[in-house]
Design a protein around this ligand. Structure first.
Ligand code: ADP
Ligand code: ZN
Ligand code: ZN
Length: 730
């Protein structure tokens, strides 16, 4: 390489910076070089930036006199250990992202700015061994201090309690601390004795025995168990074994709203503090948990997608619950998949991964079929309750009111008469998805996206669910002046109205993005549902995820048909997962459950297969279809998306991107083409799809291509992104 000075000492540092460029930046290091994984402050553009030292090198492609020196080394010891550094770099490479975004993204936000690490937080104070000895021998200081020391011998004092004490006592505490008679209480929480759970049933024991029989070290197991089959009990049993070896456990759940209840269950059953990591946590707490994980003090880490970047110096096990859930895929910046990254980390850490789901993704099932993953099953509910009974309601033969058929309304009435709860599921929020004019047929569209605006009646506005645009509701038709504007179709708000009128006196709760924050969904249910007697829930997807509703016996799914006829090849898989997951909410308690699916296509093969063979049969069939059609997981996709205010710029970029694609056998480019939803706000959206039967071929071709794209002159005036293994085709 020209300009390389390979004979020099390795005093050049390659640094990852938080910029969307797919490369590292070289600096000289006048002082002792930073260890890889440490933060450094370096000159960049016209200022200083905090980056992460990735490696040392003896030379650079730039002449040495053009390299700037590192301004400061910020960490004495690496913040990212070798494994996490390597895994995050791997993520950037695999998902075709910038290394700086991956590495800085792996740190909690509060550590990205270069400030020194906060001191370990003290949770309170407890008596030290010296203190106990002093008490026993009567050599403790006299007065207030002795009384305080005696109190501390009985129980530690939390920080909040210290603050509430009178000043004299706080001064006494300071004296005791200085004398070494008390010591900080680590925020491990006092270890509570673990509650014992139900004894494992034979099916669970079999799964546990199979897990124990696996060779030690890395391996992936797919635990396919119907909702309520006791998968969590199996996780707990494994976790206990790993904790007993002094190792750490990382568990991911798909949604922030599930963290609190899961943490509670793990903490009660494992008898150790559970540290949580998710985006809803205050920065300080998040740093705390992250650093505790890094020091090894935190034994059980629980979090959502981003928690996959938690340091695990004593890793023993990773559990991914509801592994099929699309929320594990990051949808902007570095578009990583937390499950797939967790598997990569486990491989480096040489530990097992447990993937659990009632409705595994076709990707994981494919890996199980190919023998890459062990496949274990729990086919029955743990409490021996029968699986809920699923029935189709043929909408073509039924009169329906507000999208609710007569048999559905009758079933609701019966459920309430028995004093039980019901759930009506509808994956559309708002009052009506369309507002039309009865006079001339006009309907309200988003002027940007050219798609119907959703009418939100209580909020008195029209909302575009694509670009977020809000508009007032017109009093009369803008086209013909007629006042006869009518809602078309049904959203959760309209169902809530209709059901409230139909069943006055039945407590009714609507759960969707408008009424409930995801984080608080379970709390809202607990607080607002009556403790006994009938109740009705109306809601979106939010209700499908893992929430525990023990008195729910009827689940009705309206709007099944939208998932049957979609251009997205993943729609049938998603529909099946959704139906099975919502159905799983029914009959978890003592009463058996019933599930109703309203459809105009009761003969659709997908529905028939789901009814006759359940999710496993349907998934097997869908996998065959994907094979025949050469679709993932039987092929690999990378999607280049772009959006621009001028349509010709968009396609000029996509054409240039296609032309820049290196010749690679087995890699096929489809497009440029408009995105399935071609307009979003003021922008035009388009894409180029790359497919290959072989992942290796695809990646070999695309890594250099991604760098080429950054330099394309056509790339300057628009937004673009690369999505490896996209879950959405739009
Ligand atoms: P999953 O994670 O598969 O949905 P859980 O582990 O949450 O299932 O178990 C569902 C319910 O069944 C829980 O209330 C749990 O306490 C109970 N349960 C699990 N295993 C057993 C068992 N072996 N005996 C009795 N009850 C069990
Ligand atoms: Zn009109
Ligand atoms: Zn719009």
């Amino acid at each position: 390489m020209s300009g390389t000075q390979a004979d020099a000492a390795p005093d050049i540092v390659r640094v990852a910076l938080p910029v969307p460029l797919r490369r590292l930046f070289d600096y000289t290091c006048p002082g002792p070089p930073p260890a890889p994984g440490s933060r450094v402050r370096v000159p960049f553009a016209r200022g200083l930036r905090v980056g992460i030292a990735v490696e040392r090198a003896a030379g650079s492609v730039l002449p040495r006199d053009q390299l700037k020196p590192v301004a400061a080394v910020l960490d004495a010891a690496p913040l990212l250990d070798a494994e996490l550094l390597a895994s995050a770099l791997w993520a950037a490479g695999y998902w075709l992202g910038a290394p700086g975004e991956a590495l800085l993204g792996a740190l909690p936000a509060a550590l990205r700015n270069g400030r020194p690490l906060p001191a370990a937080r003290v949770a309170g104070w407890c008596i030290s061994a010296t203190g106990r000895a002093a008490l026993a021998t009567g050599t403790a200081p006299r007065g207030a201090a002795t009384a305080l020391l005696a109190a501390l011998a009985a129980a530690p004092l939390a920080l909040a309690a210290v603050r509430a004490r009178p000043a004299a006592q706080r001064a006494a505490l300071a004296r005791l601390r200085k004398a070494g008679l008390v010591e900080p209480l680590a925020p491990t929480g006092a270890a509570t004795p673990a509650e014992s759970g139900p004894p494992l049933n034979p099916a669970q024991q079999q799964v546990l025995a199979a897990l124990r029989a696996q060779p030690p070290g890395f391996g992936v197991t797919l635990l396919e168990g119907v909702t309520g089959s006791g998968k969590t009990e199996v996780y707990l049993a494994r976790m206990r074994e790993v904790l007993a070896q002094g190792r750490q456990v990382l568990m991911l759940v798909p949604e922030i709203g599930l963290v609190a209840q899961t943490a509670q269950r793990l903490q009660a059953r494992l008898g150790v503090r559970v540290d949580t990591l998710h985006s809803g946590l205050a920065d300080g707490l998040r740093v705390d948990a992250w650093l505790r994980a890094r020091s090894g003090a935190a034994r059980v880490l629980l979090g959502t997608r981003s928690a996959v970047f938690t340091p695990l110096p004593h890793a023993g096990l990773i559990v991914i619950d509801e592994e099929h859930d699309a929320s594990y895929k990051q949808q902007d910046g570095l578009r990583y998949h937390a499950r797939d990254l967790a598997i990569r980390r486990a491989q480096r850490l040489d530990i097992p991964v447990l993937l659990g789901s009632a409705t595994p993704s076709l990707e994981s099932l494919h890996n199980a079929v190919r023998g890459r993953y062990a496949h274990l099953r729990l086919a029955q509910r743990a409490n021996a309750r029968p699986a809920p009974h699923v029935e189709l309601i043929d909408l073509r033969r039924q009169r329906s009111e507000h999208g609710l058929s007569a048999p559905l309304l009758a079933a609701l009435a019966e459920t309430f008469a028995r004093g039980e709860q019901a759930l009506v599921f509808r994956n559309r929020r708002g009052y009506a998805p369309v507002l039309t004019c009865a006079g001339c047929g006009w309907h309200a569209d988003c002027p940007h996206c050219a798609r119907p605006l959703t009418w939100h009646r209580a909020a008195r506005r029209l909302e575009c669910h694509l670009c977020g645009r809000l508009q007032p509701v017109p009093a009369t038709c803008p086209a013909c002046g007629s006042p006869a504007l009518q809602p078309q179709g049904h959203g959760t708000e309209r169902l809530e109205d209709a059901l409230a009128q139909r069943f006055p006196g039945i407590p009714l709760l609507r759960v969707d993005r408008e009424t409930t924050r995801a984080r608080a969904a379970q709390a809202a249910l607990d607080a607002r549902l009556p403790p006994a007697g009938p109740a009705l829930l109306v809601g979106t997807q939010m209700l499908a995820k893992g929430h525990d509703l023990p008195r729910l016996t009827l689940v009705a799914v309206t709007g099944v048909d939208e998932g049957l006829y979609s251009i997205d090849f993943r729609a049938p898989e998603r529909l099946a997962q959704l139906v099975v997951q919502v159905a799983g909410r029914a009959g978890r308690g003592d009463a058996p459950g019933r599930v109703l699916l309203q459809t105009r296509h009761p003969d659709h093969p997908l529905l028939l297969r789901l009814l006759s063979g359940g999710y496993p049969a349907l998934a097997a069939e869908l996998l065959d279809e994907r094979r025949a059609a050469c679709l993932p997981p039987h092929a690999h996709h990378v999607l280049l998306r772009a959006e621009a205010e001028r349509e010709e710029r968009l396609f000029a970029f996509l054409e240039a991107a296609r032309a820049a694609l290196p010749a690679a056998p087995g890699v096929e480019a489809v497009g440029p083409m408009p995105a399935p939803l071609p307009r979003r706000g003021p922008r035009w959206c388009g894409q180029l799809l790359l497919t290959a039967a072989e992942r290796r071929a695809l990646h070999a071709a695309l890594a250099p291509w991604a760098q080429t794209l950054e330099a394309l002159p056509q790339a300057r005036s628009l937004r673009w992104s690369l999505d490896v293994d996209p879950l959405e085709m739009g």
